[in-house]
Design a binder for this molecule. Structure first.
Ligand code: PMP
Length: 292
């Protein structure tokens, strides 16, 4: 992925893709002092750009560092990246990390870097295709107790168990893995939040030990606009039998229906389809903003 034509915004400048490199003694690489975002642009506009930029800065603060750019500057840099690469529909990856001046766990004065890349990551909004649903494995690892990690930061270190779980699931033929939390309750997937449907209502776990997704919030809002009740609560795996539909949400995943989680079966139906369509409409630039 390091050999693509295009430009990456790196510490305030656009640099050729192949030259956006870091040193092997980068603190972020050794000690995971690194936070990132995943977002999408549609029709030339980054969906919920400011919310993502604000979360990036908040994640950095949780990891005890300050990104030396404002939310507005990060928003402008993202726009520059998609414009400069000619990618009106793209996935964006802003990432911030501690640099390489000092080696050791403590490196409070190391430079904080920020880079923003964007590339094409197709969004499959063909509803018929999506409504088949994806198959999900049950992960071996659990989301840790929030007293043991900074659970609400989108921090690279927290993705170690996600990569292990997703690789294992993929080797077994599944698309993703669902993780329980430290108390055995349903939590989320490796890069997406999860929702269930029963009796016309949405049920989703309380986001107290995993990332409260920006897509999750958008979908909750869309559901409420449709008069669909949303219940945020603790969900135990044994309850999964009682749900008829299931879908996952995330900037990359958008709204993706689920047909299976291990031995539990779901039938993607009217509510998943409605929210999938509402989300597809919601992400499109509106009014004057659409000009870019
Ligand atoms: N959980 C995890 C672990 C994720 O990586 C993501 C994707 N960023 C999400 C949830 C969904 O977050 P969002 O809707 O903000 O993309």
């Amino acid at each position: 992925f390091d050999n693509i034509d295009g430009v990456i915004w790196f510490d305030g400048k656009l640099v050729p893709w192949k030259e956006a490199n870091v040193h092997v003694l980068t603190h972020g690489l050794h000690y995971a002092s690194c936070v990132f975002e995943g977002e999408r642009a549609y029709g030339g506009r980054v969906f919920k750009s400011t919310a993502h930029s604000a979360r990036l800065k908040a994640s950095a603060n949780i990891l005890d560092f300050e990104i030396p750019y404002s939310v507005a500057e990060i928003d402008a840099a993202k726009q520059l990246v998609i414009n400069s690469n000619g990618l009106p529909n793209a996935y964006l990856r802003p990432i911030a990390w501690r640099g390489s001046e000092m080696m050791g766990v403590s490196a409070p004065d190391n430079t904080i870097h920020l880079a923003i890349a964007a590339w094409t990551w197709p969004s499959y909004f063909d509803p018929a295709e999506r409504l088949k649903g994806i198959r999900i494995d049950l992960a071996e690892y659990r989301r840790p107790d929030p007293r043991t990690i900074p659970a609400l930061a989108k921090a690279s270190g927290l993705y170690m168990i996600c990569t292990i779980s997703k690789h294992k699931a993929e080797r077994k033929g599944y698309a993703d893995a669902m993780m329980l939390d430290w108390e055995g309750r349903v939590a989320e997937c490796t890069g997406a939040n999860i929702f269930f449907v029963r009796d016309g209502k949405l049920h989703t776990p309380i986001a107290d030990c995993f990332l409260p997704g920006i897509t999750r919030a958008a979908v909750i809002e869309l559901a409420k606009r449709r008069g669909i009740e949303v219940v945020e609560r603790r969900i135990m795996p044994k309850e999964l039998d009682g749900f008829t539909e299931c879908f996952i949400t995330g900037s990359a995943a958008e709204v993706t229906p689920v047909s299976e989680i291990a031995a539990w079966k779901f039938t993607p139906g009217a509510i998943s389809e409605q929210l999938m369509r509402d989300y597809a409409a919601e992400v499109q630039p509106k009014g004057k903003q659409a000009a870019a």
